[in-house]
Design a protein around this ligand. Sequence first.
Ligand code: GLN
Length: 531
Amino acid sequence: MSQYIFVTGGVCSSLGKGLTAASIAMLLEHRGLKISMLKLDPYLNVDPGTMNPFQHGEVYVTDDGAETDLDLGHYYRFTSSPISKATNATSGQIYDTVIKKERRGDYLGKTVQVIPHITDEIKNRILAATCPDTDVTIVEIGGTVGDIESNPFMEAIRQFRYEHPGKCANVHLAYVPYLKAAGELKTKPAQHSVQLLRQIGIIPDVLICRCERPLSDSIKKKLSLFSNVPLDMVFDEPDVKHSIYEVPIELHEAKVDDAICRLLGLPTAQKDLSKWLSMVEALKNPKATIRVGIVGKYLKHKDAYKSVFEALYHAATAENHKLEIITIESDKDPEKAFAKCDGILVPGGFGDRGWEGQLAAAKHCRETHLPYFGICLGMQVLVVDFAREVLKLKDANSTEMDPKTPHPIISLLSEQKNVEDLGGTMRLGSYPCVLKTSSKAHTAYTEKLINERHRHRFEFNNAYKADAEKAGLSIAGTLENHNLCEIAENTTHPWMVGVQFHPEFKSKPTSPHPLFHHFIKATIAHAHSSH
Ligand code: GLN
């Protein structure tokens, strides 16, 4: 049976619990252990798919079509553990399951309650997240200890440990702030967060303290005494200097993975971290800088395009370049910023705010031969610009932006025509795509059949395909055995590629996604040719 590590957070949110959980997973995987991951989210939405990106940041899509929390992106990038709809459970899903069972009569005669019915369902989800042959399942509990809505999760993990003695470890991540006025690090908030956990019956085995400055031994001793966590299980996790990919290295140097292995009686043999280390070295020592503009409308939320940012960093690091991302708000005169960019990426999005600004980006790239990478909505932008300016179809548009356009070159997928509910009803998940040989995409993937993940309702309208192709817009990839357009490329441009899918979800720091890699190569080439 698998062992379990429960990761909780205290004091405040945004401490990087997801990153810490992913880093621990990565370190254990490097000891040859098989890891499963689970993120439990206390909110009542069934999934984050219906949430505004300003509220929640990116929606991470899995191969099996689940719209999930962005921490799953960290899990994917740091580990090779399987990521699927079983990897994320929300209170909304758990209540939905329990209420459906109640309506079916499964609890007939009983009063349905948070304990045991909701907590049982949470425990079921923990077991369901554990894949066959898993050595360690890491369960991250969203939110902060003390939140009313996370209580059922805390209670469930307390019960789980009671029912699986010797198989569980609690890792608590707390914050130790530095008070400038006092000139001191303050441990009280972290102590209180441990007290809150103890009130629920959870005693942390490992305490990891996020901090801006390293903790002295005397502060660690104090935390150990007040929180009942042995001194050799108290660690600090200071902010990293260059990149989140330093986190596992820092935790490894602090011997957090040794401590966890000791606790759970796991093998302590260490495998080679050199691939990861050399990636981190490369990102610390770039030979030049390139600037990529992202023209989007959710840029104020730093995590709204999380995977896109990370995928760009992976590719730039692989080319030994420092990446400067220029965030360009698509509804605020974006044109001013284009001249600063060595390449432009237009990411996914919904609705017409900022749409014309994104079209201006595609026009600029097309006319000046600046590399352009369009993702999902960004492919639709590439196509509509081409229709208006090259095919001379005045007012061509996507029917999402203008339902009455005379030239609907982007229109609703036929399977979407009768969809009424908004939650979980887009074209979601992984589909196979056949590439045209000699396309930019084929050069990048070096394969003819690829699989990529989707999240959209609109598509390229094939009524325009023949004219578009004649004029230089190649439909370079289509859904296998269908004519649905998945990739559009401008054949008269050095690198202008749009994809209807989301390649960013499948990029890893040690193996950048081929399309991002080739976009960055084109961007570097452009930067050199224009300087
Ligand atoms: N709004 C567009 C569609 O639904 C693009 C979606 C996206 O970028 N994820 O097709």
